[in-house]
Design a protein around this ligand. Structure first.
Ligand code: HMG
Length: 415
């Protein structure tokens, strides 16, 4: 499969769906994308359902991750994100695309103990094997496939209400996000921890700071594609974000524009991903950019991202939301690790595209050109007409409205 479908955005919705069929989706799967979630299913997902809140689902083109061409489903309300990801992927593609890897999917369950005895930690660690066995007995399927509770750690925490003993239960969650497994296991061993510690257990809950479950992606953005000034511009933008929390928050929001959109399209918990990513960015006691950039010896721009990504290919809305299965098929992912690698790559792509625009022509010009392109397609422009209408507005000065775009299209057609 070749994901570099030039001018995919110039097609109509039906033609884009036809392309997805060429890329392996069935007519029924394309229909799932257009129809989305049904009310009956929605009514079983959350409480007090009265309707369905839909989001646009777009496809980012040009992606190559670990030598595999990919069409990336992105669910997002914000214009220019899908275009920006596609543009960045096209540039990275010139040097082979993204290389990505992910760690084992290990999550932390936290058990809070108040008033533990002095020797509590020693007693808990001595009983570790039995505690892990008890936790694993609750999920034999997870254990069968190599997952399950793997380790116990103790931390003493000074708080405004005195010292607390915090026990971490480390669980390899396999292809699940893991909240259910981790919370069930944490609750199950809590009475034993009370008995061993002589204290009182309060909270028993998963941590969204998934430090053990991280994904990394990197790419080279060749200077021949973006120009030497853009390489310097992006390095200046990176330095700005490193030095200034006001800029860094916006920079990292740009990363999450991409990461969240794929997380949502695959039925995953984007609040968990957001919480993990933003806290990870502050792990060294100051907020840092999620993506790093440097210049290679040959003068190209190298980019790298690393962030916690607790995403799943089984369980929760990845199972109940019909779009999620179609997105997984389109991405060709079987494991949560593969999905995390793709999401990290899209996060890097998104940040790169935003910095490229910001450090050169500015965000508004590209945004307006894109808005004009989209309106031109809606006004019936075909082929070259779309770019010519967009160029008309790229000079600035004229407001981009449906009326002004229709007038520009007529002008283009009159020559
Ligand atoms: P362009 O220069 O007009 O694009 O960029 P191009 O004509 O060179 O086309 C290159 C490729 O981009 C195309 O390849 C498409 O893949 C894609 P082709 O198909 O021709 O082989 N592309 C499009 N895809 C879909 N629809 C389109 C379209 N146009 C091009 N209409 C672009 C235009 C918007 C991509 C560029 O200006 C850009 O990347 N801008 C950044 C946009 C952005 O970051 N948006 C996020 C919202 S702003 C925000 O919230 C985050 C921020 O605050 C973060 C931060 O501050 O760090 C910015």
């Amino acid at each position: 499969m070749n994901s570099a479908i030039e001018g995919f955005y110039k097609l109509g919705v039906k033609e884009r769906n036809a392309k997805l069929r060429e890329y392996g989706l069935t007519t029924e799967e394309c229909a799932v994308y257009t129809n989305g979630l049904d009310l009956e299913t929605a009514n079983h997902m959350i409480e007090n359902v009265v309707g369905i809140h839909a989001l646009p689902l777009g496809i980012a083109t040009n992606f190559k991750v670990n030598d595999r061409d990919l069409l990336i489903p992105m669910a997002i309300e914000e214009p220019s994100v899908v275009a920006a990801a596609s543009k960045a992927a096209k540039i990275a593609r010139a040097s082979g695309g993204f290389k990505a890897e992910a760690t084992d999917p290990v999550m932390i369950g936290q058990i809070q103990i108040i008033g533990a005895a002095k020797d509590a930690e020693k007693k808990i660690m001595a009983a570790k094997d039995g505690l892990l066995e008890k936790a694993n007995a609750l999920d034999p399927m997870l254990v069968k496939f190599g997952g399950g509770a793997k380790e116990i750690e103790c931390r003493l925490l000074e708080t405004e209400r005195g010292e607390m003993l915090i026990v971490h239960l480390l669980v390899n969650c396999g292809d699940a996000m893991g909240a259910n497994a981790v919370n069930t296991m944490s609750e199950a061993i809590a009475p034993d921890l009370e008995a061993l510690s002589g204290g009182r257990v309060r909270l028993r809950i998963i941590s969204n700071l998934a430090v053990h479950r991280r994904a990394k992606a990197s790419a080279i953005f060749p200077k021949t594609e973006i120009g030497e000034d853009a390489v310097e511009g992006i390095l200046d933008a990176y330095a700005f974000a490193k030095a200034d929390p006001y800029r860094c928050a916006t920079n990292n929001k740009g990363v999450m524009n991409g990461a969240d959109a794929v997380t949502i399209a695959t039925g995953n918990d984007w609040r968990a991903v957001e919480a993990g990513a933003h806290y990870w960015a502050t792990r060294n006691n100051a907020v840092e950019p999620l993506c790093k950039y440097w210049k290679t010896e040959s003068g190209d721009l190298a980019g790298e991202i690393e962030l916690p990504l607790a995403v799943a290919t089984v369980g929760g809305a990845t199972k109940t939301h019909p779009n999620a299965a179609v997105s997984r098929k389109l991405l060709g992912v079987k494991t949560a690790r593969e999905l995390a690698e793709i999401i990290a790559s899209v996060g890097l792509a998104q940040n790169f595209a935003a910095l490229l625009a910001l450090s050169t022509e500015g965000i508004q010009r590209g945004h307006m050109r894109l808005h004009a392109k989209n309106l031109a397609v809606m006004a019936g422009a075909k082929g070259d007409e779309i770019d010519r209408v967009a160029e008309h507005f790229a000079k600035g000065g004229e407001r981009v409205t449906m009326e002004s775009v229709k007038a520009a299209l007529e002008k283009v057609r009159r020559g």
